[in-house]
Design a protein. Sequence first.
Length: 485
Amino acid sequence: MMSKRLAARWNGVELVIEPATQLPLWTSTEIAAATRGFAHGAPFIATGVGIDSRAIERGDLFIALAGARDGHDFVPAALEAGAAGALTTRPVAGPCVVTDDTLGGLEKLGEAGRLRATRARRGAVTGSVGKTSVTQLVRAGLDLAGVAHGSVKSYNNHIGVPLTLARMPVDTERAIFEIGMNHAAEISPLSVMVRPRAVAITTVEAVHVENFPEGEAGVARAKAEILDGLDPGGLAILNADNRWFDFLKAEARRRGAKVRAFGRDKTSDAQLLRFAPAPGGASVEARIDTRRVEFPIRQSAPHWGPMSLCALLMMRALDVELDLGLAALAAFEPLPGRGAERTLEGPRGRFTLIDESYNASPVSVAAALASLGSKITRGRRIAALTDMLELGPAAADRHAGLAAAAEAAGVDLVFCAGPLMRSLFEALPPAKRGGYAMTAEELFPMLAAAVGLGDVVMVKGSRDSKAGSLVVGLTTMDLAPRECR
């Protein structure tokens, strides 16, 4: 049953709205002005913005984007689910704003969202590894400092960035945006759309290189595009330990940006002095400018040392006090698929699962293997890996090259799934070969049968190679349905 509807006035327009816990975000009049469209049907107030009719929340503006199917086909379902109205290219049976192009309309709405939030100090993050985690960690610090906004999930592309801007409340004080890419010339227009006062490039590695004829150099140039939208005199936060640091620093200076560096290098503004595994995560010791600090984090992978410093520098750039940033670091839980740990009950006893299944590159897999090797356990250290994608012609060699990382980390068994991972499996010493299959689905029974009491199992791979299915399988085994707490 529909809840009681209420009459209200907003910006001089008589409106009929559903009660909502959220504050008004956009009126239909404002949406029409921003998108250069016209309102059709009853005026409405939107308290959110959505693009997926299955995830619409009451009060959202539903944007009917073109995709595999025409988004207009889902307008009735969105309105039925409680959408306040829709952004469309033609009138529909329900309240809507009609514009020439809904994607272009979303971009214009995002730009309007940026322009009206005049108090918002904005930052943007990109990088080959760690950008989502760093973005969310920065957001945790911004939340402690005041009215904050930021990217959700991995909303970092030509749809996700303007969507995040369009969702930004007018009273936002600080905001953080994630910007990603698969090809050249993708980051630049998104950075220009955000207009950040500070940007961070977590690292540049051989990721998506199949789309860059120049290989990693092309990736570095594409990541440097985030500097294109930087406010004049803005700040670039760069990884001093990365081989592309000098190039990125020169690119930043060429655009008139200031540079702040993080890493183990002694010249860094935020220098990592020590990273040590500890119960429930790790202990980090660092120098932030002239201040020496020591703090705990709930992540144990070694790359979290420099990434935490990157996040701290971004928080400082957005006027978050250092102590608030340190508090955010100590409380921040690993994101699903990015290092979250759980203790599970298996057929042969309790074991620890490390979920790194969200994505993978040679650098991130090597780091995950090193983190696995640092675990203290009475059982075995087991890695379950699926194909890393978008690595270009050298993909097989890059997979095989991980054998040295597994050996150095002291991993006991490695299970591999996918045609590319066959190269790694064959490069492993026979004693470390846990099992191989062409798909993650075929690998799972071998992995499940091997996991025993006290083992630590790390799962990692690219999303499209279905590493996540191994995580789901391990957490829902018939004989291990309960998570231990």
